[in-house]
Design a protein around this ligand. Sequence first.
Ligand code: SAM
Ligand code: GLN
Length: 281
Amino acid sequence: MTEKIYEALKKAKSLLESKNLDTHAAQLLMEHVTEKSSAALLADLREPLTTEQQTAFWNKTEELLTGKPVQHIIGTEQFYGLSFEVNEHVLIPRPETEELVFGALEHSRKFPTFRVADIGTGSGAIAIAFKKERPDALVTATDISEAALDVAKRNAKRNGVDIDFRQGNMTEPIEGEKWDVVLSNPPYIAWEESKEMSTTVLDFEPHSALFADDDGLFFYKQLAKKLPLLMSEQSLIGVEIGYLQGPEVSELFQKAFPDARVSIMKDVNGKDRMIFCEIGE
Ligand code: SAM
Ligand code: GLN
């Protein structure tokens, strides 16, 4: 007799809990293995697993217990209502970053046809979600990592959007042109902070996507230095930040764009998470 769904879930959650790992991962894994939505799973908790489902669930739970992110086991993550392929070469897109996309879309309503750049695109999350919502925008996405760009290109195809992908260091691939919207979620974690990070992030996500020199401010300094030459007369910059970086990053942009409206925005958890810099009228 195979286990019922709720029995396997309960056992897997307590194993994860004993290792201080995220218990919700068991739920996501079960949805994947049974091919059920979260609502359907809830309704079917007392159903037995098939032998194949049970074997698959426990094999994959073993992987979860090593700290591996559930998104790497399933192979995808949801972002802005879209499905993105993820692997060890890209940051798993975070819910906070959806708020950057939302804010950028709100601020961009006034733009007619316009050119957008996403610097450090990783899985392509920001660029692809933006393009999906504003098909009239011409979207360019860059990354220093070829391996990340390969994933991002597959994600653009998967979601049926056309993005101009360019490889290179920071603003290099977008120089010599003018941009109406520049977005970036650059690496911003200070190296010292690695002590407090979970193994699920530290051992499985690319460090080149997470950490930055200068107490995590390195990339904002680069952007503040280079972007003044690249922004069109009426334009917008939106960057994600670490929750303690609001004052410093807004000052960097205010100095680079003295006449711009620079604002610090909070995420749903009430933490400073984004800076928007509105240039021109
Ligand atoms: N935009 C994605 C997101 O929000 O989910 C990924 C963000 S991740 C925090 C930062 C990305 O910047 C990584 O994909 C990393 O490869 C890229 N990156 C790191 N250093 C870079 C550099 N010098 N120039 C361009 N991209 C860089
Ligand atoms: N928010 C990510 C984390 O907490 C970090 C993303 C970044 O450095 N841009 O792991």
